[in-house]
Design a protein around this ligand. Sequence first.
Ligand code: SAH
Ligand code: AVI
Length: 307
Amino acid sequence: MTSEMRALLEGLSKPQKTISPKYFYDERGSQLFDQITDLPEYYLTGAELEIMRDNVDAMAALIGKTASLIEFGSGSSLKTRILLEHLDDLAAYVPVDISQDHLWSSAEKIRAEFPGLDVLPVVADFTQSFALPTPDIMPVKNVVYFPGSTIGNFEHDEAVALLRVMYEEAGENGALLIGVDLQKDVGIISRAYNDSAGVTAAFNLNILRHLNTNFGANFNPDAFVHRASYDEGEGRIVIELVSQKNQFFEIGGKGFAIADGETILTEYSHKYTLDGFADMVSNVGFQVDQVWTDPAQLFSVQYCTRD
Ligand code: SAH
Ligand code: AVI
């Protein structure tokens, strides 16, 4: 049995059955995420794009010349294009993502849009160690780009571990440019994960289809419903799949029973205060040099260097 299957079975054997959110992202999951970014309720993308457009000159000046831009969880590289348009002398752009086909096609589009840019995609699970390619041109520094508030999908200890990997990737004179969603009115946050078109529900249920297709599971996606609720104490959205009846499923040769009303936890999405985020990155040796927010203070983009 692969270590990946062992980890999946371990998550499903916990008292709170759990599937890692990285399993949202097969090709269909990546497409559904792109649809989420267009939803009127999903304020995160619009706010982050606004911040990027309004402050890209300052960001480009901090990134400087001949850097290597390493993007974790690049998806469709939507926000990256704003940076790339203002960074014409990058040593390389290295998009890293677990969703293989989507990464290849996004990288192809970037190559076509930015001829001359050295685009070096890496298919990897960034929570495990992975090798980075060596660009033809020696970079002056590495800048890790982590937009979208994907950091929010990790619990505190996991987020710190991931920031530590980024700290190492950035190296001594490198930096981290990171998108971080902020705490705000609970209604705004809840609506972002309970959209009226049902795209987030489809995205959540797709995790079961992905495990059925690629990991030999036999979930019945029609017998689960999406639930997203805000935990004010923890400052996070909790995304679950709620079983609609007593039922069984199998994966990796192991059978599981799930009761009517019992849930599978598929994702947390943490919302930060600026102070809380600065404290967290200081645990790994980063200091926040610059914070940009949108006028409504929904979202932030932060530039961190080694302290
Ligand atoms: N950065 C983009 C996409 C965010 S969605 C944006 O801001 O719009 C999260 C992305 O991270 C997806 O593309 C998903 O495939 C990728 N991802 C999630 N977990 C991952 C992991 N463990 N390793 C690598 N990529 C991961
Ligand atoms: C990728 N990540 C930051 C998204 C979020 O908002 O936590 C994933 C998502 N889950 C449901 N909707 C969007």
